[in-house]
Design a protein around this ligand. Structure first.
Ligand SMILES: [Zn+2]
Length: 290
């Protein structure tokens, strides 16, 4: 099955409203050889300039005269099909699967990361015919899959959340995932003990997420990567760090537990200037000095 990226002009077709109300929509085939089963990602042109929708082609040989246009009319702003009602156009039927709003799918980001070469989304491309965009196709799939995974987890965790709450929650979770991805790339292991099994590593905010400003929430200098034990100790303020990154162990943690947790006074993490005001916040507000 091929993967496609197809541009959509928001002035021609209101895909956002369609996503809310329609299960699938027809699209003229033109020269694109989209086949049933292919995945089609929609790039929303100016002023949005972002890949935002995942669809699957559920029929590839439908004729425009078979379509119930009344239902779809409100979304086709130019209504080309209605104007040429006697002309029969060859269409694909695209089922809307997923909406994803992530800055890593914006034209600016993709350009900056050298995934586009000189491509400007003026026409549709497929992974089978345009091999030079392999990285781009993989990148898109990864981000959509990542978001889908988060949504699935949220669906399982929070059936009681609905509507706007759920959207806000998804955004929070997407940001937490971004934060963790940044820290994993930066440290690759627990900052204290060196455990490097990714499944065990937790992105810990130095200044807690709940009291951080929006920019602080995503600032990688406000984060350390820890294994579960060290994350919990730091979170509870049973350990902290001085300005040089040397460990501070709270007297609230009994000596025998310090031994069992493999903590010793010589432990140190690497810190620089940009960590300082976060570490300071942690020492003042979280660390249990006495
Ligand atoms: Zn550790």
């Amino acid at each position: 099955m091929a993967i496609w990226i197809k541009p959509v002009n928001f002035n021609d077709f209101d895909v956002f409203a369609a996503y809310q109300n329609l299960d699938s929509f027809y699209w003229t085939k033109g020269r694109d050889d989209i086949k049933k089963g292919d995945e089609v990602f929609l790039y929303i042109a100016k002023p949005i300039q972002k890949i935002m929708f995942r669809t699957v082609c559920i029929a590839d040989d439908v004729s425009s005269k078979d379509k119930d246009w009344e239902k779809d009319k409100p979304y086709y702003k130019k209504q080309d099909f209605n104007d040429h009602s006697e002309e029969v156009l060859n269409c694909v039927d695209l089922k809307l699967i997923q909406k994803c709003d992530d800055d890593r799918l914006s034209f600016g980001f993709l350009k900056k990361e050298n995934m586009l070469h000189d491509f400007t989304f003026r026409y549709a491309i497929s992974n089978e015919k345009h091999k030079q965009f392999e990285t781009l196709f993989q990148h898109i799939k990864t981000i959509f899959d990542e978001q889908n995974e988060i949504i699935q987890k949220i669906e399982n965790e929070t059936t009681e959340l609905k509507g706007i709450d759920k959207l806000a929650y998804v955004k929070v979770r997407v940001n937490q995932t971004k934060f963790r991805t940044q820290l994993l790339a930066k440290y690759q292991k627990c900052c204290l003990c060196g455990i490097d099994e990714p499944k065990l590593l937790i992105a810990s905010h130095i200044k807690p997420w709940s009291v951080s400003q929006d920019t602080e929430k995503l600032d990688s200098y406000n984060g350390l990567l820890f294994c579960p034990h060290h994350d919990k100790l730091f979170d509870l303020g049973l350990i902290g760090f001085d300005e040089q990154g040397k460990i501070l162990i709270s007297p609230k943690l009994e000596p025998h537990n310090q031994i069992l947790l493999n903590l010793h006074e010589e432990m140190k993490i690497h810190v620089n200037e940009k960590h300082q005001h976060y570490l300071d916040f942690h020492r003042q507000n979280i660390f249990q000095a006495a």
